[in-house]
Design a protein around this ligand. Sequence first.
Ligand SMILES: Nc1ncnc2c1ncn2[C@@H]1O[C@H](COP(=O)(O)OP(=O)(O)OP(=O)(O)O)[C@@H](O)[C@H]1O
Ligand SMILES: [Mg+2]
Length: 573
Amino acid sequence: MRQALRRCRRVFRSATVFSAAVNILMLAGPLYMLQIYDRVLASHSVPTLLGLTVFVVVAYAFQGVFDIIRGRLMARSARILDAYLEKAIWQLLIGLSIAARSQKDAVQPARDLGQLRSFFVSPGPLALMDVPFVPFFLAICFLIHPWLGGVALGGTLLLFAMAFVTERSGRRSAALAAEGALTRAALIETGWRNSESIVALGMTETVAKRWTATNDVFLAAQAHAGDVVGPLQSFSRVIRFALQSAILGLGAYLVIYGELTPGAIIAASIMMARALAPIEIALGNWQAFVAARQSYRRLDRVLESAPPTEAATVLPPPRERLEVRTLTVAPPRGDRPILRSLDFSLAAGSAMAVIGPSGSGKTSLCRTLLGVWRAAGGSVRLDGASVEHWRPEDLGRHVGYLAQGIDLFDGTVTDNIARMEEKPDSEAVIAAARAAGAHELILRLPGGYDTEVGEAGKVLSAGQRQRIALARALYRDPFLIVLDEPSANLDRPGEVALLEAVTRAKQRGAVVVMVAHQPSLTEVCDFVLYVAAGEQKDFGFRADVLRRVLVQPQPAPPPAASAKVTPINRGPS
Ligand SMILES: Nc1ncnc2c1ncn2[C@@H]1O[C@H](COP(=O)(O)OP(=O)(O)OP(=O)(O)O)[C@@H](O)[C@H]1O
Ligand SMILES: [Mg+2]
């Protein structure tokens, strides 16, 4: 964060210079007034009045222009901050999403950046830049008359004290309100994602209740923050008015005793108003300021704890083998391991089926093979290089993955198959679709390859989604293809296409790892890995492992018997 701010330093410096200019030009008004009262009204000289007026108009014009410029500069600093941080934050968001239990934890950095950005362009920071000029204006008050200076100084200190109290007393509820806003956003997201189940299961009311409860907490915190800050703000406003009158009253007293000219009273009163203005603006923007500071600290912490993106040397494309040695699979939060002591190796051109009961860790293994989860022990290597040593962008090019919960992006079919590349290679897209046996199916969609699939592929059927996701996995012929229950939503022709795709991938020298429940899917696999009860129960040639698994009485149900319950509407399979 400090580095990011350092990038803005030059802009800040210019903004400070312009702030200084604006503040000095602010003297023009009071000076004008002083001259009018004490000189023009006394001498009745129109030329003097004209000269002064020209002077003050020019000063105002410059003040306006400089004020615009410093506003622009702050906006620019917000952009610089954003440009410097956005990529890191995006990577952080993705990284956190993998480890986070709920969306709330993962989106925080992005929100924090937004919070900071909007703070930078709010009046708050400019007011803060004016604060150093407070003594300057106070000094002028003292120059006009020490007593007036004393009143102005006292008033300023009082307002400062109030700002401090406000900050202290409202901090907690402001933090609570910010937290509540996040929970609320997460709930909205859940509602949107699960709307079908919510309606079908008649959960609308119950969810609404939860929503109300969350909302109430948020509103209460917000109200409390307002309750604390509101009166303090009103009070400080009243103090400011009182001070204004005090200066006038005291000034009049001094005029009566010939210590001051009437013009000087007005000038002193304006000077004091200038001295108090930044403090009042800062008070008015207090909530934004607290939120920005919290965001800054959180970002600082989370960016610090993020693993450095080591600029690894680009490794040659893997060609030969996938090697897994004494691998321990554990979730990113450092919970207890899911699988231990996995040990197997696959040469180019071979395929392995992973079987095992539900919850045995097959999906977790897939994630670890692809480097999505870090190995908690042991290693996953492609041609001798640990997957963790690859930069994700580089590794991604050599890997195909069909996740169990298919995750399509909001975009066209082509965008999805081409992994959201900016300029998708149509030939490669169609080749991948053909390899997945999805070409005809895609042509039958209303817009063909340009059909918008909606959020997470909402407008497609589950089978269509699965085939498009398979095409995405096969895009540009990756070396390692990991398919997590690729046939879960497929009909028989889909299954045949899948088996063909695996066979072809093997023929061109890929390594395929496929989580499979149906024995029919293991046909194309050379090896079978059987995991259960947190460990590798068996690994070997397909026929051998299947025989052993099926013959031996197992504590967990054998995979053939544990085949997923077939959805009723899938037809005969
Ligand atoms: N992100 C996570 N954090 C903590 N635990 C997890 C996480 N993901 C999975 N688990 C746990 O790991 C275990 C294995 O889950 P996994 O999804 O790998 O099983 P699976 O073999 O793929 O099951 P299925 O056949 O139902 O797909 C489960 O007990 C699950 O609760
Ligand atoms: Mg799974």
